[in-house]
Write a protein that binds this ligand. Structure first.
Ligand code: SF4
Length: 88
């Protein structure tokens, strides 16, 4: 579980989780500010975890994770899928 250590330092555990899932049209700024205060290694591990889970599950990402919005993570996942197709 060493690769899950970042969860112990996750600052989002100290705030209202709803700010990470704003309603449609709502602001993600509060969540991004919290992510911005996470240690860089925590943010990187968090983002890697989010992308791995979202790639495995398919569908569209939801909420703010690892300092990125769902839309930004979706763009990364799309690029990775396109790169994988080109490499195949
Ligand atoms: S980067 Fe954001 S979502 Fe990830 S652990 Fe930190 S506060 Fe939570």
């Amino acid at each position: 579980m060493a690769d899950q250590e970042w969860r112990l330092a996750a600052l989002c555990a100290q705030v209202d989780p709803e700010i990470f899932f704003p309603e449609k049209g709502g602001s993600v700024m509060a969540a991004l500010r919290v992510c911005g205060r996470c240690e860089p290694w925590v943010r990187q591990a968090c983002l890697a975890d989010a992308l791995a889970v979202e790639a495995e599950l398919g569908g569209s990402p939801a909420g703010v994770r690892g300092g990125m919005t769902a839309k930004d993570r979706e763009a990364i996942l799309r690029q990775r899928r396109a790169a994988a197709r080109e490499a195949a």
